[in-house]
Design a protein. Sequence first.
Length: 47
Amino acid sequence: MAKACETPLKANPFQTYRDPVTGQWVIVQTLSGDRHKTHSNRSNMKG
């Protein structure tokens, strides 16, 4: 039987969204769980 994790999960330091103008996915790194944009990385993914 699986055992539950006893330590809490860490907050995800990244947020992703799709740019409505270009249609590309944008990855934004947040500051310790805050939603402030600190870094943007545009990928070359299309589709």
